[in-house]
Design a protein around this ligand. Structure first.
Ligand code: HEC
Ligand code: HEC
Length: 255
C-alpha cells in the first residue's frame, strides 16, 4: 500500500511515487525559482553583498516561492510558518542527512551550517500567515466519521493512539518538536504516510509516526486526511506549550 497516486505515477515504485507526484507541480515554476535562487543562493551561503539589506527575510526569499503559497490549486507544498522551531530544525536536518527525500530541499539546506538552520527555523516559527481555506472533499459521511474518530480517539483494536494525544488537543502542534495537523494540503498528508510506509521519510528512532503508519490501512489514511482537510485553522492558531506526558508512544525526535 502506498500514498494516493495519480495514474501517471503508477509505474513508479517506492519513494518515487511521492517524488514524481511532487515534482510535477514544480516544473512550471522552475524558472521563477532559478531567478529567486540567483539572488538568494549567495545570501544563503552567508556572503553579504554590500547593496542588499542583510535580513533573514531577504535570505529566505527563495523558500517563500514554494512555502508561502496562497493558491488553493497549489495543493502540495507544506506551509512552514508558525510550526514549532524544533520541528522545523529537525526536518531541515532530515533533508540534509537523507532521512527525508526531496532533491530541491536537500539542495537548499545541504550546505547550511548548523546554527544557521536553527536561525531559519526560529525565523519561520515566528511567522504567521493567514489561515488557508478548507479543502472540499467528496468523501462520504461514514469515511469522514472514521477519520474524525481516529484523530480524536485513535483505534485501540489497531493500537493506534489518538492523534490529539501528541499533536495537541487543538491539533495545532506542541512546542518544541511536534507539528500541527491543520492547514496541511491533503495530498501532502497522504504523501507523508506513503513516505513513512516506504521508509523514505524517517525521524530519529524510535520513529513513532512510522509505527503508527504501519498500523493504519490506506483507507484509514484517506479518511484521516479527508477529515483533517475540512477542519478550519483557527485564526490565531499557535502550537501548545506542552502536552500530557508520557506520550502514548516514544518519539525520538521529541525531547
Ligand atoms: C522548489 C520548492 C521548494 C523550495 C524553494 C523550498 N522548499 Fe522546503 N519543501 C518543499 C517541499 C515540496 C517539501 C515537502 C517535501 C516532502 O514531500 O517531504 C518541503 C519541505 C520543507 C520542510 C518540512 C515541512 C514539514 O512540515 O515537515 C521544511 C522545514 C522546509 N521545506 C524548509 C525550507 C526552507 C527553509 C527553504 C529555503 C531555504 C525551503 N524549504 C525551500 C519545497 C521547497
Ligand atoms: C506518539 C506521538 C504521536 C502520535 C500519537 C501521532 N503523531 Fe504524528 N507526529 C508525531 C511527531 C513527533 C511528528 C514529527 C516527526 C518528525 O520529526 O519527523 C509527527 C508528524 C506528523 C505529520 C507530519 C506533519 C508535517 O508537517 O510534515 C503528520 C501528517 C502526522 N504526524 C499525522 C498524525 C496522525 C494523522 C496521527 C493520528 C493517527 C498522528 N500523527 C499521531 C507524533 C505523533
Amino acid at each position: 500500500m502506498g500514498p494516493r497516486v495519480r495514474e501517471d505515477d503508477v509505474a513508479c515504485d517506492n519513494g518515487r511515487i511521492c517524488l514524481s507526484h511532487t515534482i510535477m507541480p514544480i516544473l512550471p515554476r522552475i524558472s521563477l525559482l532559478l531567478a529567486a535562487l540567483s539572488v538568494a543562493a549567495p545570501l544563503l551561503a552567508f556572503e553579504r553583498p554590500a547593496i542588499l539589506p542583510d535580513s533573514m527575510a531577504q535570505r529566505v526569499l527563495a523558500c517563500a516561492s514554494c512555502h508561502a503559497k496562497k493558491d488553493v490549486n497549489d495543493q502540495y507544498f507544506p506551509r512552514i510558518s508558525g510550526k514549532p522551531a524544533g520541528y522545523l530544525y529537525n526536518q531541515m536536518s532530515n533533508f540534509r542527512d537523507g532521512r527525508r527525500q526531496f532533491p530541491m530541499m536537500s539542495y537548499m539546506v545541504g550546505n547550511l551550517p548548523e546554527p544557521y538552520l536553527r536561525e531559519i527555523a526560529a525565523y519561520f516559527a515566528g511567522q504567521h500567515l493567514p489561515s488557508p481555506p478548507i479543502q472540499p472533499t467528496d468523501a462520504s459521511a461514514l469515511v469522514l466519521e472514521r477519520g474524525r474518530s481516529l484523530v480524536l480517539h485513535g483505534d485501540p483494536a489497531l493500537k493506534v493512539p489518538a492523534c490529539v494525544a501528541c499533536h495537541g488537543t487543538q491539533l495545532t502542534g506542541v512546542n518544541p518538536a511536534i507539528p500541527g495537523l491543520l492547514g496541511l494540503p491533503r495530498d501532502y498528508v497522504n504523501a507523508q504516510f506513503g513516505a513513512w510506509r516506504n521508509k523514505t521519510r524517517r525521524a530519529l528512532a524510535p520513529d513513532c509516526m512510522a509505527e503508527i503508519t504501519a498500523r493504519l490501512s490506506l483507507p484509514d489514511v484517506n479518511a484521516i486526511s479527508s477529515w483533517l482537510g475540512l477542519q478550519p485553522v483557527p485564526p490565531e492558531a499557535r502550537p501548545a506549550d506542552s502536552v500530557a506526558k508520557p506520550l502514548p508512544l516514544a518519539c525520538g525526535s521529541v525531547p
